[in-house]
Design a protein around this ligand. Sequence first.
Ligand code: NAP
Length: 291
Amino acid sequence: MTQATAKLIDGNALSAKLRTDVAQRVTALKAKGVTPGLAVILVGENAASQVYVRNKVKSCAEVGMHSVLERYDASMTEADLLARVDALNHDASIHGILVQLPLPAHIDANKVIEFISPAKDVDGFHIASAGALMVGQPGFWPCTPYGCMKMLESIGYALRGKHAVVIGRSNIVGKPMAMMLLQQSATVTICHSATPDLKAHTLQADVIVAAVGKRNVLTADMVKPGAVVLDVGMNRNDEGKLCGDVDFDGVSRVAGYITPVPGGVGPMTITMLLVNTLESAERAAGEAPTA
Ligand code: NAP
């Protein structure tokens, strides 16, 4: 059997490096009297969401940031949630507001996201953030695709003139990912569930980002030798273990670089949330250009 040729892009190691830099900048900002603060709102009892918000709050503490976790019953009204967001918009100790999705069905998630002040939209989901990314203006980038860009940067990958294929077109991963790659002058193809022949596209790709949420969407026969493969997917295999969208063992024998699941894009997402919150606080302290 062919040996794995792909080099691993280690999201844990890169995160640790970036978080060390964040912690130093937090210390410097605190010395000037500003402590970066993140507010996380969780409505309801979604088990996965509870793990995510705990990790986000814990990560803030590890880099010296202030954070508040507001937990509400699933019966919370939309009006009450909007009132909480409004209060946090006006709270000077808070530089980033994150409303954990999904929200209960009776609450309009888009309305809530649009209610967050664009200056505190550290998730990068507000239309103002999406618009800024679209037209190449400064603004908050959604954390998961931003983390993918940092992974490419970490291997010194020059995207200019390369062909990138993004599988998935969600507002939080696929679309912003495509915009970021385009901004770096890659030629970008976006594939989705109505793409008739996915393999025909992926075989042309120098970079593939899989953001679907289905196991084995990308297999070895679909990858050009030497390609860079970033796996955003989070799924469970037959043994109940976390796995991505990519057939890791097979694709590792063809690709040039690959991200593992777990330990790849996942940790980078929280890291970029910390970066966005820090930069928001730096802006509030007049230390960085306005978003
Ligand atoms: P999503 O909103 O469900 O979007 C999935 C996308 O995949 C859709 O655009 C869909 O196409 C497309 N798709 C579905 N089946 C396909 C197929 N057979 N071939 C090609 N495209 C297909 O999911 P998401 O929020 O973007 O998340 C994607 C995955 O990333 C999930 O596993 C999620 O858990 C994971 N994720 C991980 C992180 C992290 O930190 N690691 C963060 C966010 C998300 P249509 O638009 O046509 O339906």
